[in-house]
Ligand binder design. Structure first.
Ligand code: FES
Length: 106
């Protein structure tokens, strides 16, 4: 089962999650990384869930078109939309204190 390390606001939280866990779905049912993870739509439309991948990026699937649209050049800086990712390996993530504005408009 993947181990998720999540950094936010100067704190680090670590927990094991089930295979194929989606962190926004988990937060929606009040499981780790709730209440620390900021999220919104859960559908790749708001970018509120954007996190920088600090470790484990090689095990993530390639960004989908929603991530391309919402993150644009920030993909190259290591940002991903965690609502669009189902985890199968350990990952370390950091979420900025303020949400990112969408890169691509609507
Ligand atoms: S929660 Fe809205 S884009 Fe991920």
């Amino acid at each position: 089962m993947p181990v998720v390390t999540f950094q936010k606001g100067g704190e680090t939280f670590t927990a094991e999650v089930p295979d194929n866990a989606n962190l926004v779905v988990r937060a929606g049912i009040k499981k780790f990384p709730w209440p620390h993870l900021r999220y919104g739509c859960g559908m790749g439309k708001c970018a509120k869930c954007a996190c920088r991948v600090l470790d484990g990026a090689a095990h993530l699937p390639p960004p989908n078109w929603k991530e391309d649209k919402q993150l644009g050049a920030r993909l190259a800086q290591g940002y991903r939309l965690v609502c669009q990712i189902w985890l199968t390996h350990d990952v370390a993530l950091a979420q900025d204190d303020a949400p990112l504005p969408p890169a691509g408009g609507s």
